[in-house]
Design a protein around this ligand. Structure first.
Ligand code: F6P
Length: 323
């Protein structure tokens, strides 16, 4: 392997830049050329390639987002699109890929390696922490800290005005951010896609709090919660009881941005380093992960099909008791 290309695809996540930096510097250290592909699969189709050196990745560790940019690419989903992407990679002399992203990114990398036999290594980068084969994905820690910061600020107003706040956080299919940020922010209730909460149960919790002289309450709702998000939950609660002064805050994309935490910087560095070393050992079609603070490898197909929305039941139980 002489020329490794790196790209990011899908939703951006803090820590991706630390990973890009590690891929570039590890590749160069071991005598490879490293090529950056801008805008993921779209960039492969458009030949958006550029050579990277140690300086291309100077001072990027602390930046959120991805310096390689990211895009959703419909053309790559077609066989013609994949052929075009591969032809361009071949023409550029690229003989291995490091893909950083979520399951859509992995599916694309799997197709390329299966159909054209190009070695690929995938790195899990998504704030949702919903990929199989790793305890943590890049960006999850930073996003959770961002949400906690927002909860703390909203708590000031909730407390000052004796209000009930419904805060919606990201997590289309997974409630990892909601659960952990909810615990760390001392939320009175947490609602997740993995575990349906009946509105009557939520009301019971809120009323029990009010009877115990709680003057403010915060409910954290993952966007994929089965009740339909924070506005719908607030509406359903208001239809049944109307004495709470209720407000809704949707945190949205601010959760995806910002300077990565030390955890995500180190995780990105470890995963990028491990991905390049694995490619140079001749490995392919794997996802680099972290299991119990050790770097691990999971078969790429398994990491795609084995979606792991692991509701941490012990944390859920603890959060209800501590709230
Ligand atoms: O990065 C994952 C995620 O944050 C999901 O939780 C969310 O539903 C989605 O991205 C939104 O992505 P976008 O609006 O950028 O397409």
């Amino acid at each position: 392997i002489k020329k490794i290309a790196v790209f990011t695809s899908g939703g951006d996540a803090p820590g991706m830049n630390a990973c890009i930096r590690a891929v570039v510097r590890t590749g160069i250290y071991y005598g490879c050329e490293v090529i950056g592909i801008k805008q993921g699969y779209q960039g492969m189709i458009d030949k958006n390639f550029f050579p990277m050196n140690r300086h291309s990745v100077s001072n990027i560790m602390q930046l959120g987002g991805t310096i390689l940019k990211t895009a959703r690419c419909l053309e790559f989903k077609t066989e013609e699109g994949q052929q075009k992407a591969y032809d361009n990679l071949k023409e550029a002399g690229i003989d291995a890929l490091v893909a950083i992203g979520g399951d859509g990114t992995f599916t694309g990398a799997e197709r390329l390696s299966r159909n054209f036999n190009i070695p690929v290594m995938c790195v899990p980068g998504t704030i949702d922490n919903d990929l199989y084969g790793t305890d943590f994905t890049l960006g999850f820690d930073t996003a959770t800290n961002t949400v906690i910061d927002a909860i703390d600020k909203i708590r000031d107003t909730a407390e000052s005005h004796d209000r009930l706040f419904f805060i919606e956080v990201m997590g289309r299919d997974a409630g990892c951010i909601a659960l952990r940020a909810g615990i760390a922010g001392g939320a009175e209730a947490i609602m997740l896609p993995e575990k349906e909460t009946a509105i009557d149960d939520l009301i019971n919790t809120l009323e029990a709090g009010a009877k115990n002289d709680k003057s403010s309450s915060i409910v954290i709702i993952a966007e994929g919660d089965k009740n339909g998000g924070a506005y719908n939950v607030a509406q359903k609660v208001k239809e049944k009881i109307d004495y709470f002064d209720t407000k809704v805050t949707i945190l949205g994309h601010l959760q995806r941005g910002g300077s990565p935490s030390s955890f995500d910087r180190i995780l990105g560095s470890r995963m990028g380093f491990a991905a390049v070393k694995a490619i140079l050992r001749g490995e392919t079609r794997q996802m680099v992960g972290l299991r119990g603070n050790n770097i691990s490898f999971t078969d790429l197909e398994q990491s795609i099909s084995g979606h792991e929305f692991k509701l941490e039941e012990d944390l859920m139980e603890m959060s209800t008791i501590l709230a």
